[in-house]
Design a protein around this ligand. Sequence first.
Ligand code: 9D3
Length: 237
Amino acid sequence: MHTMRIDVLTLFPEMFTGVLDSSIQARAAESGRVACHVHDIRDWADNKHDKVDDRPFGGGPGMVMMCQPLWDAVKDVEARDTATARRIVLTPQGRRLDQPLVEELAGEERLLLIAGHYEGIDERVVEELAPLEISIGDFVLTGGELPSMVLIDAVTRLQEGVLGHEDSAREDSFGLRDEVPGRLLDSPHYTRPRTWRDRTVPEVLLSGDHKAVADWRFSQMKERTRTRRPDLLTPSE
Ligand code: 9D3
């Protein structure tokens, strides 16, 4: 049995408690498939005030994360396990996270996630670490902590034995289907009662005809993708 090790370096480790204790992460930890370790970069500050950030050269608002604490933290934490870590910095300047990238990272033995905060990280330590830089989308957050948790959640659910039924990881709304290029959104879902506020469940779902149900769902997937996310049907590369 394999275990994926994830180390997170952050200035706000308390943000991760709760998220890592709940649902999928807790099950992954219990099953031994994923081991998550969160570290406070401040523990590696070598100055008497535990300073980890400073004012930007050239002026401007905000603070910049200093090279030394982060570099020392990476070196120490990496040495805690013999497996080589895939280094990742969560940054607005990074490659956009999508399911193919999640699947690639889910196959790694070990990840080292670095959550930036404040205006950013001193570029020299980023260059020295040569990490994969990842963004979760074109909107402004206050730091890389939530993006780190998003990435942890996405890769954890792909580890074998983490989900209840093995199919749901691969067969979800972004699962690959043939016939249509790219990926498809999910079809609508219904449960009891059969009528609610005069709204009835589509007849085909009550028919017991599994082929008809599968055909209906697939046509719904294609139609909803066409109207809501036509970009998914147009491979851009
Ligand atoms: C308003 C501050 N901006 C100055 C023009 C730059 C900026 C610095 C730091 C914007 C955001 C952040 C903090 N965000 C992240 O570290 C981050 C992030 C994000 O904001 N959106 C999507 N993905 C990510 S991954 C890391």
